[in-house]
Design a protein around this ligand. Structure first.
Ligand code: GP9
Ligand code: MN
Length: 710
C-alpha cells in the first residue's frame, strides 16, 4: 500500500493534486474511448496517438490554475477546469450513444438545424457505468472538504506555470505531427469527426470545430440578399434550354444512380491479358439504350466522393479546400435533387451505402438535401469478410439492399454508393476468380483492375435483378465514376499497364486521365450512342431534370444540360484548370486538346481568355453561394425549403412499410406491385460471403488509414 502511495503524486501539494487530476482525467478519457466511443483504431501507431491525445489539452487547461497565487483561486480554478472538461466528455458520451457521432459546437449552441441537441430523452441514454465519469471528482472534493487532503497555501513559482504551458504546446505539436503522418491533410479535408477525435482528442476537436463554425457564421452573417443578384445573372445567362428531342424521355421513371467508386474512363473497353476488365459496363456503355460520354470529367477537390455527390445533387461546386459536406453541409440550405424531384414530380428518395453514416457527414447533409431514407452500414450485416476498408462489399450491398429498395414508393430516386473499388484496392482472392490482372510491379495499379472487375460483376447481378423484378423497364440508370482511382504519382505504373511509355508521360496526359464514365441508360431507348460532348459532374443534374421533363431554369445551377445545343463544353476543374474540345489549360499553360501539344501561349491569350475568366468566375460565384449560404435567400416559385427536422434515418424499413400500409392499394412499391411478396428471392449473387453466416455487431472498421493520400 505504501509503495503505491509513493508513486502517486502527493495530493497535499499543489503540483501533486494537479498531477493526480490530470492522471485521472486521462484514465476517464481512455475509458470513454474504449467503452463508449467507436474510434476504429486499426494499428499500433494509431493506438499510440490515441494514448497521448488527451494529454496536451488537459495540461494546458488544468495548468491555468498553476498561475494562481492564492489557494482560494488555485483550487476552484483547477476543479472548474476538471468539471468543464468532464462535462464535455460526458455530453459526447451521451450524444455518441444516440447519434454515433461527436457534438459540434453548432449542436451545442442550438444553431444547427439538423443535429438535434440532447433532449429530455438523454436520461434514457445513461448507463450504470457512467458513474465512473463523476466518481473521482466527488471523492476528491469530499476528501478536500473533510481535510483528508490538505490545502496547500504555498504559491507556486510563476515559472512552473510557464513550464507546463510550454510542455502542453510541445505535446500538442508532437501529437499533431504524428496525426498528420498517419492521416495527411487531417484538418484541411475533415473526413469525419471521429477521425479528428481519434487523432487529436475531444478538446482539440471542439476548439477546431468552434473556430470553423465561427468562421462560417461570420461569412454568413455578413451576407446579404443582394449578393444573389450577380449569381443569378450568371446562372440565368448560362442556362441551356432543353433539347426537345430528349426533354421528358425518362418522365416518371425511377432514377437509379450507381456511384462507381474511384472508377476512371480508361477502364471502359479495356482489355488485360486479352480479357475485358468490365465486360458488363462495356455492354452498357456501348448499348443502344445508353447515352454514354467519352469526354466526361470528374471535377472534385479535396472532398472527393462528397464533392462528386454534392455536384450531382446540387449542380454547385465543392469548396476550394476541404469537403463542402463536412464543412457546411450540416447547416446550409440546398435546393437539391431529392427535394426538387419530390416537389416537382412526387419522387421518393433513398441512399444505399455500406459505410458508417457519419463519413463525410452524410448523416446530416442528406437531411438538408431532402433525402427521405438513408440505409448506411447499420442496416446491413457487415461482419467478418463481408466488408473491407470502407464497408460492405459491393455484391452484398446490392443484394442486401433489395429488401429496402422494394418498399420504396415508385417513382424513386435511389443512389447506390459503392466502396469496394477504393484505394488501396484490396480484395479477397475468393471474390475475384477467373481474372488475371496486370503485372506492372505497382500493386495499386494491378489490384485496381481486380476491384474494378468485381464492381462490374456486382452491377451485372443488380441489373439481372432489376430486369427480373420488372423494375428495369421503368427506370433510368445513371452510372458515373466519382473521381480518379490512380493518382498522378502512380501514372508510371499505369502507363505500363496501358502500353504507354512512362518516360514521355506529361501533365497533359494526367489531365486526360481525369475522365470518368458517365452513362445514362434508359432501357427501351434505341437511339443511344457514345457522345463526344465535353462535360463534367456539374452538368448531371440539369441533364437529368430535363430527361425527366422538369425544367431547370428557375434553379441556381452552374452546370448545363449536355443534350442542349447551348451546353457549355468548357469543363472547370476545382483548381481552375479547365478542358474544352479545343484547348486544355493546366497551370496557365495552354495545350491542344486533340494532340496534347503545348501551344506555347498562356491562358491570357485572346483565344482562351474568355474561357479562363468564365471558369474562374463560375467557381468563385459557386463558392460565395455556398460559403455565405445564399440559397436561404432564394425562393424559386413553387419550391418549398427543405425541413431537415422531418428526417431521421432510424427504423427505415418500418417507415417504408407504414407508408405502404397507409396507401393500401395505391402503394406503388415494387413489393406492393409484386402482390405483397418480396422480390429478394429473385436475386442471384455468386458472392462467396453470401452463404457464410456471420452475425453480431454491425459496426465496421475503417481499416485503411493510408487512403486518401493519393
Ligand atoms: C466512404 C466513401 C469514400 O464512405 O464514400 O470516400 P472517398 O475517400 O472516395 O472520398
Ligand atoms: Mn470516392
Amino acid at each position: 500500500m505504501k509503495k503505491i502511495k509513493n508513486i502517486l503524486p502527493n495530493p497535499n501539494t499543489r503540483l501533486g493534486i494537479f498531477g493526480l487530476l490530470i492522471a485521472i482525467f486521462w484514465l476517464k478519457t481512455m475509458f470513454a474511448y474504449i467503452v463508449d466511443f467507436h474510434l476504429s483504431v486499426s494499428n499500433p501507431f494509431q493506438f499510440l496517438i490515441v494514448l497521448i491525445n488527451p494529454i496536451a489539452t488537459t495540461l494546458l487547461l488544468f495548468g491555468i490554475a498553476l498561475y494562481c497565487k492564492k489557494s482560494r483561486f488555485f483550487y476552484p480554478v483547477i476543479f472548474l477546469m476538471d468539471i468543464l472538461n468532464t462535462v464535455l466528455l460526458y455530453l459526447n458520451v451521451i450524444y455518441f450513444r444516440e447519434f454515433t457521432d461527436f457534438m459540434t459546437v453548432s449542436t451545442m449552441t442550438g444553431y444547427s438545424k439538423v443535429n438535434q441537441g440532447l433532449s429530455g430523452s438523454s436520461l434514457a441514454l445513461t448507463l450504470p457505468h457512467d458513474v465512473l465519469y463523476w466518481i473521482d471528482l466527488i471523492i476528491i472534493l469530499i476528501l478536500l472538504f473533510t481535510r483528508k487532503i490538505k490545502i496547500d497555501h504555498r504559491p507556486l513559482n510563476k515559472r512552473i506555470g510557464y513550464a507546463f504551458s510550454s510542455l502542453a504546446v510541445l505535446f500538442f505539436t508532437i501529437n499533431l505531427s504524428l496525426a498528420e503522418m498517419d492521416r495527411p491533410q487531417l484538418l484541411t479535408r475533415t473526413f469525419d469527426r471521429t477521425y479528428i477525435v481519434k487523432y487529436l482528442g475531444i478538446d482539440a476537436f471542439t476548439v477546431y470545430d468552434g473556430l470553423k463554425s465561427q468562421h462560417n457564421n461570420d461569412l454568413r452573417a455578413s451576407a446579404t440578399k443582394s449578393e444573389l443578384n450577380e449569381i443569378l445573372k450568371f446562372t440565368k445567362s448560362h442556362y441551356a434550354k432543353p433539347n426537345s428531342k430528349y426533354y421528358g424521355i425518362a418522365k416518371n421513371k425511377n432514377v437509379i444512380y450507381i456511384h462507381l467508386e474511384s472508377f476512371q474512363q480508361f477502364l471502359i473497353n479495356q482489355k488485360i491479358n486479352g480479357q475485358e476488365v468490365t465486360p458488363f459496363l462495356n455492354s452498357l456503355y456501348n448499348s443502344k439504350s445508353s447515352y454514354s460520354f467519352k469526354n466526361f470529367f470528374h471535377q472534385v477537390g479535396q472532398g472527393k466522393t462528397s464533392d462528386a455527390e454534392n455536384m450531382l445533387e446540387t449542380s454547385t461546386y465543392g469548396l476550394p479546400q476541404g469537403s463542402l459536406f463536412a464543412q457546411l453541409g450540416s447547416d446550409n440550405t440546398f435546393q437539391a435533387a431529392p427535394a426538387i424531384l419530390k416537389q416537382e414530380a412526387g419522387y421518393s428518395s433513398g441512399v444505399f451505402h455500406g459505410n458508417i453514416a457519419s463519413f463525410w457527414n452524410r448523416n446530416n447533409v442528406y437531411k438538408n438535401l431532402g433525402y427521405q431514407y438513408f440505409f448506411d452500414a447499420s442496416y446491413y450485416n457487415t461482419t467478418g469478410d463481408r466488408s473491407l476498408g470502407y464497408g460492405l462489399k459491393d455484391k452484398l450491398l446490392f443484394k442486401d439492399s433489395v429488401k429496402y429498395l422494394e418498399h420504396l414508393q415508385q417513382p424513386f430516386y435511389a443512389k447506390y454508393l459503392t466502396v469496394t473499388n477504393h484505394f488501396p484496392y484490396d480484395i479477397d482472392s475468393e471474390d475475384v476468380t477467373n481474372f488475371t490482372t496486370t503485372n506492372t510491379g505497382d500493386k495499386v495499379v494491378d489490384n485496381y483492375f481486380l476491384t474494378a472487375h468485381y464492381l462490374d460483376q456486382s452491377i451485372k447481378e443488380f441489373y439481372d435483378y432489376l430486369e427480373k423484378s420488372g423494375t428495369l423497364k421503368n427506370s433510368v440508370i445513371v452510372l458515373y465514376g466519382d473521381h480518379y482511382g490512380i493518382s498522378n504519382s502512380e501514372n508510371e505504373g499505369l502507363a505500363k499497364a496501358l502500353g504507354k511509355n512512362p518516360e514521355t508521360w506529361t501533365d497533359f496526359d494526367s489531365t486526360q486521365m481525369q475522365r470518368v464514365p458517365f452513362i445514362i441508360n434508359i432501357p427501351g431507348q434505341t437511339n443511344g450512342k457514345v457522345m463526344d460532348e465535353y462535360a463534367g459532374e456539374i452538368d448531371v443534374l440539369p441533364t437529368l431534370m430535363h430527361l425527366l421533363g422538369i425544367d431547370s431554369q428557375k434553379y441556381i445551377q452552374f452546370g448545363t444540360d449536355v443534350f442542349s445545343p447551348d451546353h457549355d463544353q468548357v469543363v472547370a476543374f476545382r483548381n481552375k484548370d479547365w478542358v474544352s474540345p479545343k484547348y486544355t489549360s493546366i497551370d496557365g499553360e495552354i495545350y491542344d486538346s486533340k494532340t496534347g501539344k503545348d501551344l506555347g501561349f498562356t491562358d491570357d491569350a485572346k483565344a482562351v481568355k474568355a474561357d479562363t475568366e468564365r471558369v474562374s468566375k463560375e467557381l468563385n460565384l459557386s463558392d460565395s453561394l455556398n460559403e455565405k449560404n445564399l440559397l436561404r435567400f432564394y425562393h424559386p416559385a413553387g419550391f418549398k425549403d427543405v425541413d431537415p427536422r422531418k428526417y431521421n434515418y432510424s427504423d427505415e424499413l418500418q417507415k417504408e412499410k407504414n407508408i405502404e400500409k397507409l396507401l393500401g392499394t395505391k402503394s406503388t412499391s415494387i413489393f406492393s406491385k409484386n402482390h405483397d411478396q418480396t422480390t429478394s428471392k429473385i436475386y442471384q449473387t455468386d458472392a462467396p460471403e453470401d452463404s457464410h453466416q456471420t452475425t453480431s455487431s454491425n459496426r465496421i472498421k475503417i481499416t485503411n488509414p493510408d487512403d486518401n493520400t493519393n
